[in-house]
Design a protein around this ligand. Structure first.
Ligand SMILES: [Mg+2]
Length: 103
């Protein structure tokens, strides 16, 4: 829809920022980019554990989203198509699918 932010438009913004700020997006960085997604999730976990504000936790989660979008751009993926495909598949699954213990 016009004027709406899609994952792909957000991804393009993230890529533009990465390019402008000198962060590479080449294939040599894929492993590093995967690892850096983990660091942001860990930062969110640590912030939550330490009782920091939920806004701070949210900022770290946003860092993770940004890093995921950067990686998806580096891989040449269509984030909107993939999101729709995966969510449609998830909607078709039964309640608590693939969960025997936990979750
Ligand atoms: Mg962070």
């Amino acid at each position: 829809m016009p004027g709406q932010s899609t994952l792909n438009t957000l991804m393009e913004e993230v890529r533009s920022l990465a390019d402008e700020k000198g962060f590479g997006s080449g294939p040599e960085r894929i492993w590093e980019m995967l690892a850096l997604i983990h660091t942001e999730v860990s930062e969110a976990t640590d912030a939550y554990k330490k009782g920091q504000s939920l806004e701070k936790v949210g900022e770290e989660l946003t860092d993770a989203v940004i890093r995921i979008l950067h990686l998806m751009s580096a891989l040449g993926l269509d984030a909107d198509v993939l999101y729709r495909r995966v969510m449609d598949r998830n909607w078709q699954r039964p309640v608590r699918y693939n969960t025997v213990r936990g979750g």
